[in-house]
Design a protein around this ligand. Structure first.
Ligand SMILES: Nc1nc2c(c(=O)[nH]1)N[C@H]1C(S)=C(S)[C@@H](COP(=O)(O)O)O[C@H]1N2
Ligand SMILES: [Mo]
Length: 336
């Protein structure tokens, strides 16, 4: 029995949490102060019950696990995109280019064990055991706008750790000017890496990068979860980047390597179409994509499956007060 089918047609209740349920549960978490470490506690065994029926395949116990995190206070006054939409409208070309391909094709992604190497211009290069690190990392909720360069947007409650906090542990040297990220390369698991047409013509592995000051900015998140649970494969399990003031393609998924470097690293979409996608990719309603306007966006929000509303796109995706200073000497038309 195929996992993706089962997930699609027989969604367990906790996978379809809408925004109201999320807020209620979040309040509860806050009220209780703390829930025991979720990953390994046997007391959580009941949560695996949904996987025990005959029709359900054996899913990784690392999928859909509730996380312990500190809630964002105060939460931003933004309507959340319902969980089901966040997890069934995705870009993850390793699993195909249609918006539902990642949901349908990524469920078998093996996320355990998972290691992330941190290397390059650091005094203490090393390898993270992702799940061990996560249990001790001190997770935080971050409710962010997310704006895809294709002009659709969502509001997603992430769970993660500031990238800067992670990097500091490896002691960046003074020569570290940029951070380069790399997604898992495994054509056996990722059909888009095996077949150029399925994979949208991208040269894999998917790579991304940030300037050091962008990487160290407190808004920049290494996400390990959304809606209070471990990341679904289609959203970049088990670890992905979230940079809320930049177009979504900067948010590289399923990261296995982080390298601190002296010069600007190559980035996947810039390699593919340099005139359309720059290294910086800051959300900017004043600079159109060569083939479409970036002045507005379709917000995929609460409401029925087809409820999408058109709204104005904000400079730096609404985070200008926090990040505009990073670019004050730069011509944002030239450095798009
Ligand atoms: N490895 C990898 N990371 C990726 C992509 C991808 O195709 N492969 N797509 C990017 C794009 S274009 C967007 S908009 C976001 C989408 O994230 P989401 O599916 O969690 O909303 O992931 C980004 N990260
Ligand atoms: Mo995107």
């Amino acid at each position: 029995m195929h996992h993706s089918k089962w997930q699609r047609f027989n969604l367990p209740e906790h996978q379809v949490t809408d925004e109201t349920t999320y807020w209620r549960r979040r309040q509860l978490l806050k009220g209780m102060g703390f829930l025991g470490a979720a990953i390994s506690a046997p007391a959580q065994a009941g949560l695996f019950d949904i996987f025990s029926s005959e029709s359900a395949p054996t899913a990784s116990p690392f999928q859909n696990q509730p996380l312990t995190y500190s809630a964002q206070t105060p939460p931003p006054q933004l309507p959340l995109t319902p969980e089901l939409k966040v997890t069934s409208h995705n870009n993850f070309y390793e699993f195909g280019t249609a918006k539902t391909d990642p949901r349908d094709n990524a469920q078998g992604l093996k996320v355990e064990p998972w290691t992330v190497t941190v290397e390059g211009e650091v005094a203490k290069p090393g390898t993270l055991d992702l799940w061990q690190w996560m249990a001790k990392a001190g997770l935080q909720e971050r409710i962010y706008r997310m704006r895809c360069v294709e002009a659709w947007s969502m509001v997603i409650p992430w769970v993660g750790v500031e990238l800067g906090q992670l990097l500091k542990a490896f002691e960046p040297t003074s020569r570290a000017k940029y951070v380069a990220f790399e997604t898992l390369y495994d054509p056996e698991q990722m059909p888009g890496q095996k077949n150029r047409i399925v994979g949208g013509g991208i040269h894999y592995p998917y790579v991304e990068g940030l300037r050091m000051d962008e990487a160290m900015h407190p808004l920049t998140l290494m996400a390990v979860g959304l809606y209070g649970k471990t990341l679904p494969p289609q959203n970049g399990a088990p670890l992905r980047l979230v940079v809320p003031w930049k177009y979504g393609f900067k948010g590289i998924k399923s990261i296995v390597k982080i390298k601190l470097v002296e010069s600007m690293p190559p980035t996947t979409w810039n390699i593919l179409a340099p005139r359309e996608y720059g290294f910086y990719a800051n959300v900017n309603p004043a600079v159109d994509h060569p083939r479409w306007s970036q002045a507005s966006e379709r917000f995929i929000g609460p409401g029925g499956a087809l409820k999408v509303s058109r709204q104005r796109t904000l400079p730096f995706n609404g985070y200008a007060d926090e990040v505009a200073y990073l670019y004050k000497e730069m011509d944002l038309r030239r450095y798009y």
